[in-house]
Design a protein around this ligand. Structure first.
Ligand code: SF4
Length: 345
């Protein structure tokens, strides 16, 4: 959902060709701090009755009905033009990965502010919409914000949806967001193992995946694979579908084909673009061009300071190589080849 949607009620703002930034009244409010844990008995690693099987409780059934069916019926019968059923709240355009077909290539774009996110949810809540899908980029670059949004939206009765490539979805955040009441996780994977241009792979996030699947029955959320069908991953699509079947989770598919995916400007911009993943020490700025798996990198550095030294050395070397492959042209770098793609190989 665009942060400008509150202005969409005014026809002139839709047709004037000028986007006026939305500023919440009086500068807006921050979200309340989520209470955690709300269900401390579910935090244990020990087996609990009901683990491994779906048991839809009456409150979970009501939650889903309230999120989808009631807004749908209202949209059919209420007067007025605007009764959205599902809203997309783009919280983050940055990403820690770089899929070849993706529009989220510019890590300089600022994410949503807490004040605007809260105002957007409040505005939706004043209407009939009760399904809120976060969108990115990679939303888990800001896990604290995601936790707050899910906690707040669930308290207001929203069915909530988190899409993620899983790299930053640590078991601890799975528990926090599950405890806050998330309704479903879209785990985006295109391959079993990483491939050139297809970094969204299952094997690098096996630990997160296993935890996510295991805890879904306790917290009541669902998990599904979101798989892009590209010309270079057809075998992976079959394997991922079989794995989903084995783990009793759903799948959905997108077809990514030309000409949409042939966009030269979808190359990651710049080698110095940095983001900071929330809740890491201040020194842990992550260069998204060079380092893809933030979680593993931090674990390595934590294990042995010498590893961090060699890694930094390697990163400097990699940056030099990337500089060779990029030619400045105009106001921003234009990629002419990629280390992880066929021409570069
Ligand atoms: S994981 Fe890939 S598809 Fe998803 S936002 Fe990042 S670059 Fe785009």
């Amino acid at each position: 959902m665009s942060t400008y949607i509150p202005l969409a009620l005014h026809q002139t703002d839709l047709t004037g060709g000028v986007r006026v930034p939305f500023v919440p009244p009086k500068g807006g409010e921050k979200f309340p701090e989520p209470v955690f844990p709300q269900k401390p008995d579910l935090l244990t690693d020990a087996a609990l009755p009901g683990d491994g099987e779906r048991h839809w409780t009456p409150s979970q059934i009501w939650h889903t009905f309230h999120g989808w069916a009631i807004p749908y019926f209202k949209s059919r019968v209420l007067p007025g033009d605007l009764h959205p059923i599902v809203a997309y709240l783009f919280t983050e355009y940055k990403c820690n990965l770089d899929c070849h077909y993706c529009y989220s290539y510019d890590n300089r774009v600022k994410g949503i502010s807490e004040e605007v996110a809260k105002a957007a949810i409040d505005w939706l809540h004043d209407g009939t919409c009760r399904a809120l899908a976060l969108m990115g980029g990679e939303v888990m670059l800001r896990p604290k914000l995601v936790h707050k949004i899910i906690y707040y939206a669930r308290k207001k009765g929203f069915f909530t949806y988190i899409p993620t490539n899983g790299r930053l979805l640590t078991p601890d955040w799975i528990d926090r967001i599950g405890d806050a009441g998330v309704s479903t996780f879209n785990l985006a994977v295109d391959a079993v193992d990483e491939k050139p241009g297809l970094p969204k792979a299952l094997n690098p996030i096996r630990k997160q995946f296993e935890h996510l699947v295991k805890k879904q029955y306790r917290y009541g959320y669902t998990v599904f694979f979101n798989i892009n069908i590209c010309r270079n991953n057809l075998d992976d699509v079959k394997q991922l579908t079989e794995i989903a079947h084995e783990y009793k989770i759903s799948t959905d598919y997108h077809i990514n084909e030309m000409p949409l995916i042939e966009q030269p400007h979808f190359q990651r911009l710049g080698t110095r673009t940095e983001v900071q993943v929330e809740e890491l020490p201040a020194k842990e700025h992550v260069d998204l061009v060079d380092v893809r798996d933030v979680v593993e990198r931090i674990e390595l550095a934590d294990l042995d300071p010498r590893v961090g030294f060699f890694e930094r050395l390697a990163r400097r070397a990699l940056k030099s190589r990337l500089a060779v492959f990029h030619e400045p042209r105009g106001h921003r770098p234009q990629a002419v080849a990629r280390l992880d793609r066929a021409p570069a190989q």
